[in-house]
Ligand binder design. Structure first.
Ligand code: ADP
Ligand code: ZN
Length: 661
């Protein structure tokens, strides 16, 4: 007997090995160790055959990893689709979809999460209506996709819970995808409280082997509900009834590694294959999804009111060009400081948001003006005061900050701009009697610290919580009545056609943390661009107007999604000139290959990436706008043929990219 094996490598060929005689059961779907050019690799058996055609030397596989298969036809088909759509090898796609853990020597079982059970809430009319439609669809197996647009606090989660309950009652399974940072104890508890003994949570802190054990339980239908970040979309549920993607606009649902899949796209494929319902939820739907809803490709469901008849918070804008600062603190206005004081007096809680960790984002020499840059990346280094280091937020490069500039040997380093660490320091001076905590990657190393700060805030022990986007989502604290966005412009100036959308989303999400209880909430947005439409519409909680404006911007002549599909090619390598040459060659080839369709394909570049150097690699990119990916098929075939053999540079193919830097 022979086995056909694929590997987590960029090779399209399927390799054949001899199956050891002592293995009598089928190896299909099992991982094995097999040699390639004398080196051992992990592979997956996708087929067994009696004979081989041709006369070549066949090596035996070295070892077997799985005693029972971890995947079957369904996963093979999914991987096939994924490798076609995202232009990876079949093996890379299959490995991306499977857990990396291994079976335990002794039979161990993973435990579903557990909590004291709570009854279901009585739905309001809006929720009732929405849940009814979703349930109808689950019952009739009509594999619909819904977009649930509901303002923050409108009770989307309760809708998910009740729709999922119905699916589970019907003997079906559910997958819920959340952004990693929303996998908070609070969110998880809400699911555990309703589905005792049925829920698995797959988060990044879980060990690979624990994930593997859950995987096998999900496969055997012993787990009914899977909650997890992006990769949980591959959960091998045999009886899938519903997939929920919360915060469907989230960019973290797109994988940054080959295959660069988007969980939403994979979900769409799976629900079609398995006759399930796909429910996309957001307070700020992606422009693409809302467009598809507006033309009837998917069904729009709306929740207009906050659930617990709480009003939306009032939002006020503070113009950083005009407002006086609180003492000499660059990023806290007098007005905001006064409001914070009022809330502190009332013992209400405050969240301040700044999406920049560290003390100062730029460090420069007072004499020679040199700005400290990462040696590996074309970005400036951020100063972290507590550790007295400068750090690259892209590659992690870290060095101590010298007293004197090591180039001119005259000047001292000045810290320019503000990060969360500096804000915390200033807040402690401004509000000496308040308890202030910071939540960002520096203070929240592991889950433990996160949960500690989280619990203390929840118990009211912390007055002011300052943090990065870690605090922007999912937090539901009724005593928070003031939210401050310290610098709303940050995401506006990123060279990306989605920067307005990101800004609108972020402000709306953060603002949604305020006034979730009985007390009225208020939000202050500090900005240098008070008239920017994304900020103005966010102020008025006006998603529809924002959408209408934004969708116009995306149309002809710019032709951005949803009016065109994008493909981004990034060519990277250690030699800048070779990268540039290859990038230009590829762009030329692309123009030649698509010449006959030049009315349907727009090619931008090759040009240097916005982050020209990352992790020592120089990077150039080509952006393709097309009405259909299939018009590019010949080009991709040629690209593989002409360039993959070449060792100098690596080509990243990004279909429907979300990262344009
Ligand atoms: P979203 O997910 O849309 O932000 P949540 O589901 O978190 O909203 O709901 C916001 C708050 O409203 C929560 O505290 C939740 O318990 C409450 N809530 C949701 N639905 C109802 C309801 N039908 N009746 C009363 N309270 C509700
Ligand atoms: Zn770096």
């Amino acid at each position: 007997m022979y086995v056909k094996v694929v590997f987590n490598l960029p090779i399209d060929k399927i390799l054949t090995y001899k199956k050891p005689d002592e293995i009598s059961d089928s190896l299909i779907g099992c991982r094995v160790i097999a040699p390639i050019k004398g080196k051992n690799n992990k592979g997956i058996v996708i087929e067994e055959v009696e004979t081989i055609d041709g006369n070549y030397k066949v090596y035996p596989i070295k070892a077997r990893i799985d005693l029972e298969p971890i995947c079957s036809d369904k996963e093979f088909k999914l991987a096939k689709w994924m490798s076609n759509y995202y232009h990876s090898s079949f093996g890379e796609a299959l490995f991306a979809a499977l857990p990396v853990g291994t079976p335990a020597k002794k039979e161990k079982k993973a435990k579903p999460i557990s909590a004291k059970q709570k009854p279901y809430l009585k739905l309001n009319d809006e929720q009732e209506n929405v849940v009814k439609k979703i349930i109808e669809s689950i019952e009739s197996n009509n594999n619909k996709t819904f977009l649930l647009h509901g303002v923050t606090g409108s009770g989307k989660t309760e809708v998910y819970l009740q729709a999922i309950k119905k699916a589970v009652d019907m003997g079906k399974q559910a997958i819920i995808i959340l952004p990693e940072i929303s996998l908070t104890p609070q969110t998880i508890k809400r699911f555990a409280e309703r589905f005792e003994g049925k829920v698995a949570v797959l988060h990044s802190k879980l060990s690979p082997n624990a994930k593997y054990r859950y995987w096998q339980m999900i496969k055997k239908d012993e787990i009914k509900i899977v909650i997890g970040a992006r990769s949980a979309i591959f959960s091998p549920t045999p009886n899938l009834g519903i997939i929920v993607i919360d915060e469907e606009h989230e960019t973290s649902y797109k994988s940054a590694d080959t295959p660069r899949y988007h969980a939403r796209q994979v979900a769409f494929y799976r629900k079609s294959q398995e006759n399930a319902v796909l429910l996309l939820g957001s307070a700020t739907p992606s422009i693409e999804s809302y467009y598809y809803a507006s033309i009837g490709k998917i069904e729009l469901l709306t929740l207009n009111k906050r659930a617990a008849s709480v009003n939306m918070p009032e939002v006020k804008i503070l113009d950083l060009k005009k407002e006086k600062r609180a003492d000499a603190f660059p990023i806290i206005t007098q007005k905001l400081a006064e409001e914070i004081n009022k809330k502190l007096e009332k013992k209400e809680q405050i969240i301040l948001f700044l999406n920049r960790k560290g003390y100062a984002p730029v460090v420069s020499c007072s004499y020679c003006q040199r700005v400290l840059e990462c040696p590996n990346c074309s970005v400036s280094l951020t100063y972290h005061k507590k550790k007295n280091v400068v750090m690259c937020h892209y590659c992690g490069y870290t060095q101590y900050l010298d007293e004197l500039c090591d180039e001119c040997k005259i000047g001292h380093f000045e810290q320019i701009g503000s990060g969360t660490e500096k804000v915390e320091e200033h807040l402690k001076i401004l509000f000496p009697n308040a308890v202030i905590e910071r939540m960002d990657q520096d203070t929240v190393g592991g889950t433990k610290n996160y949960e500690k700060i989280f619990k203390r805030f929840s118990d009211g022990e912390i007055n002011i919580l300052v943090g990065t986007q870690m605090i922007a989502k999912g937090l539901d604290f009724p005593n928070v009545t003031l939210v401050g966005v310290l610098l709303a412009d940050m995401s506006l100036h990123i060279p990306d056609f989605r920067s307005a959308e990101r800004t609108f989303n972020l402000i709306t999400q953060v603002a949604g943390r305020s006034g979730r209880g009985e007390k009225k909430g208020i939000v202050y947005i500090q900005t240098y661009s008070p008239n920017n439409y994304s900020i103005e519409y966010a102020k008025n909680h006006d998603y529809i107007s924002f959408y209408n404006k934004e969708i116009e911007n995306r149309k002809f002549p710019l032709n951005y999604p949803p009016f065109a599909r994008l493909v981004r090619l990034v060519i990277r390598g250690l030699d800048e000139e070779k990268v540039e040459n290859d990038a230009n060659k590829i762009a030329d080839m692309l123009r030649m290959e698509t010449y006959n369709n030049s009315d349907k394909i727009i090619i931008l570049g090759a040009s240097a990436c916005a982050i020209n150097k990352l992790n020592k690699y120089y990077r150039w990119n080509i952006l393709i706008k097309t009405s259909s990916h299939s018009l590019l098929k010949n080009f991709f075939d040629k690209l593989k043929y002409n360039f993959t053999a070449q060792k100098d540079n690596y080509i990243e193919i990004d279909i429907d990219p979300v990262n344009m830097l």
